[in-house]
Design a protein around this ligand. Sequence first.
Ligand code: G6P
Length: 615
Amino acid sequence: MCGIVGYLGTKEAFPILIKGLHRLEYRGYDSAGVALVDKNGNLNVYKTKGKVANLEDYCRDKDISGTVGIAHTRWATHGEPSDKNAHPHFSQSKHIALIHNGIIENYLTIKSFLIEKGYKFQSETDTEVLVQLIEYVMQEHKLPLYEAVYQALTQVIGAYAIGVIEKDNPNILVTARTASPLIVGIGDGEFFLGSDASPIVEYTKNVIYPEDRQVIKIERGKEIEIRSLDKEELIKPEIKQIQLSLDDIEKGGFPHFMLKEIFEQPKSLSLCMNGRLQREQKEIILSGVRENIDKFAKAKRILITACGTSWHAGLIGKYLFETLCRIPVEVEVASEFRYRNPVVFKEDVLIAISQSGETADTLAAMELAKKQGAFIYGICNVVGSSVARLTDSGTYTHAGPEIGVASTKAFTTQVCVLAMTALAVAKELHTIKEEDYKRIVTELCNIEEKISTILKKTKEIEDISKIFTYARNFLYLGRGFNYPVAMEGALKLKEISYIHAEGYPAAEMKHGPIALIDEEMPIVVVAPHYDMYNKILSNVQEVKARKGRIIAIVTEGDVDIKKQADYTIEIPQTEECLSPLLTVIPLQLLSYYVAIAKGRNVDQPRNLAKSVTVE
Ligand code: G6P
């Protein structure tokens, strides 16, 4: 959460910083700010509550000149969203300005120390403590900015990606990271900072991904200097190429990123399977599985951990691994797993799933399992992210950047990777019959086309969604592989429309949620035609008997559920274990159009952030 941007070079910094903030706004949008050293040597800080557009308005009559600057878009942790809690924060003398993504855990101790030294604080944030500490170290030890940042960070516990500039030296920009994402872009005589590559890609493809505990000096006309807090000697920068294109991060004619990303799913799944699914031979080749098959072979169980939508993908992973590989699986939200003192065996395989690769709880869960000797397999979208770096092995989803806060294409590519992984493991361990393997792999080859067929029903789904904007509650029901899909559908709806929704295993409904059903209540039933069809038909009848309004997701040609449901949306037939890849699509569209009809900001729903880098 929170997005940071920085620039030092020959151009005017402000437009670059503002554009960068817009691209990072998915990370938080309760307040925003910018700091620049202007041509007269003033350090100007402008910040305001609200979105980046508010900041732009606020700055219209201000001096926004300067070729060095930092900017921030916030998702509040310490202190409510307000002008004073917005970043950048000034030091006491207003000679230094700092932006920060993360949490300084020992900020209260440092704050008390600084208060004793006479420092006064303007905000309720943990961040302000750091900028004051830097100034204190600078004055006390007569150090230049870079050295002072370095010394100050040796006293800090917590997570941070920071950018720091100073009034007296417009040629310097200092940055550092521990456990929060940071990329440094290197252009021709100019440098960029970003929480991800999106603010940088327009200007340069050459980047450095700083490691944890590295502090970096960016100086006009010089090579960058990197040192670790653990060792003082200089570290040689390793320059890498960003694999992102500008098209990836723009809306491409869609009104919202979420809709663009829903429609991108045939393409993102194709990219996800590219080089892994051998379409002619009907084979899956996953190097991460092949090279580590011994780990899967000796695993008595698989642990899956993740948060949010990625956790829902993990729940489908359980059905996949247990069905295809006959390995028991436990799935747990990372925030519970990490604090539960869980039992982890050395033979366990822990699969961590994360779109961003930066979710703090998922990272902590991985670290815990790693310490206890488990083999860590990562499924993650962002190349080079912290999750990717912490794993022993894994598979990227290659969904491309997902910017809409409500996750869509990340989910389907995660499920696809889980399906490919389970199939590859099952094949190696001989827990699947060859004919079953070939049949499922053949279906995987057709999945993008089947998703495209569902996307053609968008208008139909939009019309249904308009009928249900009155609802205050929704119930989503599913069974087996589609129980987690029901949960995911409910999550999508509540995230962006703010309608309360619950996802439930269909048969469990009679132990509670059935009490909520009346003629007002919409019930979305995920009911494709598989072995449990008659069971779910009974659940549908139970709903109907209580006058609930049923929207059913059914397989093409369905007869029985159609008779009971008020509205049905048909999806093509596929293998049951792959069906979540299809059933989730109408649910994504349904939530999108309900939210649109209610006038919600679907790409930036209130209180949420795309990447949750705090616990
Ligand atoms: C946030 C996002 C969700 C996401 C979850 C886990 O809550 O809004 O869309 O599913 O974090 O994020 P991750 O990046 O680890 O998949």
